[in-house]
Design a protein around this ligand. Structure first.
Ligand code: 3UK
Length: 537
C-alpha cells in the first residue's frame, strides 16, 4: 500500500497510523469511490453546491437562525484565516472542538479542515478527566470551545494547549474572525491525509482514537447516504446525536451538504422537543436513537409530521415492536442501520420495500459482510457468529494494540453477534460479550428486551446475565415502568409470564429489577456492564 504525498507539515497523524499489515482490506469496487489524489472534503462539501445552485441556498438552520451555503463559506473562510494568521495553525495540527450542535460548531469544523488541520470533535458532556485523556492522546495544541463550555476544558489543565472561545458573538474567535478576510484558499490535502480523529464511545476501558481520511468523509456519503438514504437537495435534515459521534456528523453535516440540502441543528432536545421541531420546520430526514422513536409513540399521532419521509435509527438495535408501532402511527418505515466509529458510519442497512422489520438489513453497496466462527471461518446461514465487514472505510486506531482485535485477516470485527439468513439479511443478536449463557443455553439479551418492551407497562428495559452459582448466569431484566404502574411481585410475575408467551420460555428473566432509569453512555448506548456489575443500580 502506498499513500500519496501528505500536505501535512505536522506529521503526527501519518506517524501514528497503524502499520499497513494491520489495516483492514479496503474495498473500492464502486467507481464513484475513486477519488482524486488531492482532495479536501471540506472543499467538496461546500464549493460544488455553491457552483451548482448559487450561494443563497439554505444550509444550516438553528431554531433561531438560517445560514446559507454562501454565508457558511464566508464564515468558514474568516475562521480559517484567523486559525492560520492569528493562531498559528499549520496543516496536520489537531484542533479540539467542544460545543453543542449548532452552526458555529459546524463552521469551526469546516475551517479546521480547509486549513489542513485534523478535527477532534468532543462530546459536550465530557468532563475534565476525559478531555485531558483526549488532549494527551491526540497531542492537541489548540481548542475551539463554545463560551458556555470552557470550564471543564480549563480544568483539564492541558499544558501546551491554547483554548479559544467562540459563540454568542463575543468569543475570542468571533472577534478574530470578524477582523479576518472571508476568502481562504483551502489546503490541497491528500485524499488519504487524516481529516478527523473520532474517539470511540466504547462502554469500558481506555478510549481509542479512530483515524479517518478526507476520502472517508465522502465515502460514507457516497455509499450509505447515496444508495440507501437517497436524499434530495430539498430535504431538511435534523437529529439528536452530537457531531462528536460520527452517526451525528454524517447525518447532520456530511449527508445533507453532499447533496445541497439543509440541516436543522439542535443543541439539546428531549424526544418531545425533537419531534415538535420536526413538525415546525417541516423536517424530512431524521437521525436519532431507537429509544427516541419509542419514546415519542404516545404523542406521535397528534403531531404534523407530513414532511417526514426518512427516519434513520442506529447506535443500538431497533426492536421490531418499535419499528412496527412507529410505522403504524406515522406511515414512515424507519431505516435501521448498524454503524461504528471504526467504520465511520453505517455499513448494513435497508430502506423502503427492502426492509425486513427486526433485521438490520443487507450490506450497504460498497461494503461486504459475513458471519464468522471463532476461527475466522464463515458459519452457515442461520447460525450465530461474529460479524465481519470490509469496505471503503475501516478501522485505523491511533497507536493502539487493540487494532489487532478489531482487524483480523483483513476483516473489521465489530464485536457483534449476528445471524445471516438465506436471503442475505443480517439479524443482530447481541454484542458478542453480552451473550448470556444460562444453564447451557445461549440467550441474546436484546431478544428478551424485544419481547418485554411490547408489554404496555414497560417504558424501557435491559436484559443482562448476572453471574450466578447455579446457572452460571441469571437472566436479569432491569425495567423502567410506565408512570403509575406498581412495582412488586405481581408486576414481576406478569412480565415473566408475558415473556414466556412471546418467546421460548427458557429465555424468560428469572429476576426482574425495577429501576428509575437505565445507565447510558453519552451516545445513548445502554451500559450493560454496569448492570452486570451492580445488580441494584
Ligand atoms: C452497536 C448497533 C444493533 C453495535 C454508529 C451509526 O453506534 C455507532 O458507533 P459506536 O462506535 O458503536 C458501534 C456499535 O454499536 N450498533 C450500532 N448500530 C446498531 N447494534 N443495531 C444497530 N442498528 O454493537 C456496533 O458495533 O458508538 C452508528 C453511525 C455511526 C456510528 N459511529
Amino acid at each position: 500500500m502506498q499513500l500519496s504525498p501528505s500536505a501535512h507539515v505536522d506529521t503526527f497523524a501519518r506517524d501514528h497510523l497503524p502499520p499497513f499489515e494491520l489495516w483492514p482490506e479496503m474495498v473500492v469496487d464502486l467507481p464513484e469511490l475513486h477519488y482524486p489524489d488531492r482532495l479536501n472534503c471540506a472543499t467538496e462539501l461546500l464549493d460544488p453546491v455553491i457552483e451548482a445552485h448559487g450561494p443563497d441556498r439554505p444550509c444550516l438552520l438553528s431554531p433561531t437562525a438560517t445560514w446559507t451555503y454562501g454565508e457558511l463559506r464566508d464564515r468558514v473562510g474568516r475562521i480559517a484565516n484567523a486559525l492560520v494568521d492569528d493562531l498559528g495553525l499549520v496543516p496536520g495540527n489537531r484542533v479540539l472542538l467542544r460545543g453543542p450542535n449548532n452552526p458555529d460548531l459546524v463552521a469551526c469544523w469546516f475551517a479546521v479542515l480547509r486549513a489542513g488541520g485534523v478535527v477532534v470533535t468532543t462530546m459536550p458532556l465530557l468532563r475534565a478527566g476525559e478531555l485531558r485523556t483526549i488532549g494527551e492522546m491526540a497531542e492537541i495544541s489548540l481548542a475551539l470551545c463554545d463560551t458556555r463550555f470552557v470550564d471543564d476544558l480549563t480544568k483539564a489543565g492541558l499544558d501546551g494547549m491554547r483554548t479559544v472561545t467562540y459563540g454568542s458573538g463575543d468569543g475570542e474567535l468571533d472577534n478574530l474572525a470578524a477582523a479576518a478576510d472571508a476568502t481562504f484558499e483551502p489546503v490541497e490535502t491528500a485524499a488519504d491525509d487524516v481529516a478527523l480523529l473520532a474517539f470511540t464511545s466504547g462502554t469500558t476501558g481506555q478510549p481509542k482514537a479512530t483515524m479517518h481520511f478526507h476520502r472517508d468523509v465522502l465515502a460514507i456519503a457516497d455509499t450509505f447516504s447515496a444508495h440507501v438514504l437517497r436524499p434530495t437537495p430539498d430535504d431538511v435534515f435534523t437529529g439528536t446525536p452530537p457531531l462528536a459521534f460520527t452517526f451525528g456528523l454524517g447525518g447532520l453535516v456530511i449527508f445533507p451538504l453532499r447533496v445541497g440540502a439543509s440541516a436543522l441543528l439542535i443543541e439539546k432536545a428531549t424526544p418531545d422537543e425533537l419531534f415538535d421541531l420536526v413538525a415546525k420546520h417541516h423536517v424530512s430526514v431524521m437521525f436519532t436513537a431507537p429509544t427516541a422513536y419509542r419514546a415519542i409513540l404516545p404523542r406521535v399521532s397528534e403531531l404534523d409530521l407530513s414532511a417526514l419521509r426518512r427516519c434513520v435509527s442506529a447506535g443500538e438495535a431497533l426492536p421490531k415492536a418499535t419499528w412496527e408501532a412507529f410505522h403504524e402511527a406515522t406511515g414512515v418505515r424507519i431505516i435501521d442501520g448498524i454503524g461504528a466509529t471504526e467504520m465511520l458510519h453505517i455499513f448494513i442497512s435497508a430502506a423502503d420495500d427492502d426492509i425486513r422489520p427486526g433485521s438490520t438489513g443487507k450490506p450497504v453497496p460498497g461494503f461486504r459482510a459475513t458471519v464468522l466462527d471463532d476461527d475466522g471461518t464463515p458459519v452457515a446461514d442461520g447460525e450465530v457468529g461474529r460479524l465481519a465487514v470490509k469496505g471503503p472505510v475501516g478501522c485505523r486506531y491511533l497507536a493502539d494494540d487493540r487494532q489487532q482485535v478489531y482487524v483480523q485477516n483483513g476483516w473489521n470485527i465489530t464485536g457483534d453477534s449476528y445471524v445471516r439468513d438465506s436471503e442475505g439479511y443480517f439479524w443482530f443478536q447481541a454484542r458478542s460479550d453480552d451473550m448470556i449463557i444460562s444453564s447451557g443455553y445461549n440467550i441474546a439479551g436484546p431478544e428478551v428486551e424485544g419481547a418485554l418492551i411490547t408489554h404496555p407497562d414497560v417504558l424501557e428495559c435491559a436484559v443482562v446475565g448476572v453471574p450466578d452459582a447455579e446457572r452460571s448466569m441469571l437472566v436479569t431484566a432491569y425495567v423502567v415502568l410506565r408512570d403509575g404502574v406498581e412495582r412488586g411481585d405481581a408486576t414481576t410475575r406478569a412480565l415473566q409470564d408475558f415473556v414466556k408467551a412471546e418467546i421460548a420460555p427458557y429465555k424468560y428473566p428469572r429476576r426482574v429489577v425495577f429501576v428509575d432509569e437505565l445507565p447510558r453512555t453519552n451516545t445513548g448506548k445502554l451500559q450493560r456492564f454496569r448492570l452486570r456489575e451492580d445488580p441494584t443500580t
